[in-house]
Design a protein around this ligand. Structure first.
Ligand code: PSU
Ligand code: MN
Length: 308
């Protein structure tokens, strides 16, 4: 690995070299998904939860054109408090590197970076998906093909609630990405536990998810696995609240003519306003819960992928 391009923090390098579990974390949720200071507080809390559950956290981002795997608290604070940080998806990484930019990385870019660093598990809040009008505007998040290409297991609470969930699952089926929901029959709806769309596969435990991904790797199949974990019941938004807020925010985004990578940050912020902050509380609760699940999966995965 080119150390001018990639800086893997020594604590992360050591964990990887000793076969200890590592969990990658993204930074677009910090820079563009939540307001300051809740974003930085949440990012640091998520790292602590990963540690408490036996894994080493590696928050990913780009600083001065160098791809960092394992940002320090000061670096996380910088990404989370500096206005104008770029949102980099996978195709933006060469640009961020060549122009020495500071950039937050999306879920898809994180999966690509994790794969390059040898990290097997990635945790986020919600992934991108197939947009509601994709049949006309082709808005399909670059997160989805990234899941199909890179050998990394992603833990999330569903695709964001303003996506077409059935179409997102169909896209992942076509791109032969295994999709599991942990402990529930429905694929979750990010802020809300049930989307009304059945999950392709249900897993009973983190251990089972790790075993299935280990089998995928052992079979020599290319690409990752998507594990959805429903938001904890105590923090979920009622389905009607999610539906009303996301529908209204979506209509406003149409009137404002928003498209491309600006759309998701707008919708997340607008839904938070429309729900009086309830969606932000749900977002924080679900990523904390995902961190716990991801660390457990990473712990099991190192056992199932240990060379014999
Ligand atoms: N989920 C959140 N907050 C976020 C995102 C997801 O709770 O900020 C980010 C992730 O980084 C994801 C990106 O990769 O939104 C998807 O953006 P788009 O829909 O433009 O592909
Ligand atoms: Mn999009």
């Amino acid at each position: 690995m080119n150390s001018r391009l990639f800086a893997v923090a020594p604590r992360v390098r050591e964990a990887l070299d000793h076969g200890r579990p590592v969990v990658a974390l993204e930074s677009t949720i910090i820079a563009h998904g939540m307001p300051y200071p809740a974003n930085v507080e949440t990012a640091l809390a998520v790292e602590s939860i990963v540690r408490e559950h036996g894994a080493e956290p590696a928050t990913l981002g780009v600083l001065d054109g160098q791809i960092i795997a394992g940002m320090s608290p000061a670096e996380i604070t910088c990404i989370g408090s500096t206005p104008g940080v770029v949102k980099a998806c996978e195709r933006d990484l060469p640009w961020a590197v060549a122009t020495r930019a500071n950039a937050a990385v999306t879920a898809g870019a994180s999966v690509a970076i994790a794969a390059a660093c040898g990290i097997r598990v990635f945790v986020t809040g919600g992934i991108g998906g197939v947009g509601l009008e994709a049949a006309n505007d082709f808005d399909i998040s670059a997160d989805l093909p990234a899941l199909a290409l890179h050998p990394v297991l992603t833990v999330c609470a569903g695709a964001k609630a303003f996506m077409d969930i059935a179409a997102t699952l169909q896209f992942l089926e076509t791109w032969r990405v295994p999709v599991a929901t942990l402990g529930a029959p429905d694929y979750p709806l990010f802020y809300t536990r049930q989307s009304g769309v059945p999950s392709p596969w249900n897993a009973q435990s983190e251990d089972e998810v790790a075993r299935v991904f280990a089998a995928r790797l052992a079979l020599g199949q290319q690409g990752g696995l998507l594990c959805a974990v429903p938001v904890p019941a105590a923090h979920e938004l009622p389905a009607a609240v999610t539906a009303e807020a996301t529908t209204r925010a979506w209509r406003e985004s149409r009137s404002a003519g928003l498209a491309g990578k600006d759309l998701t940050p707008f919708l997340l912020a607008r839904v938070a306003e429309l729900t009086g902050g309830e969606s932000l509380a749900a977002n924080i609760a679900l990523i904390r819960n995902n961190a716990r699940a991801g660390a457990a999966i990473a712990g099991a995965l190192v056992l199932y992928t240990r060379p014999s």
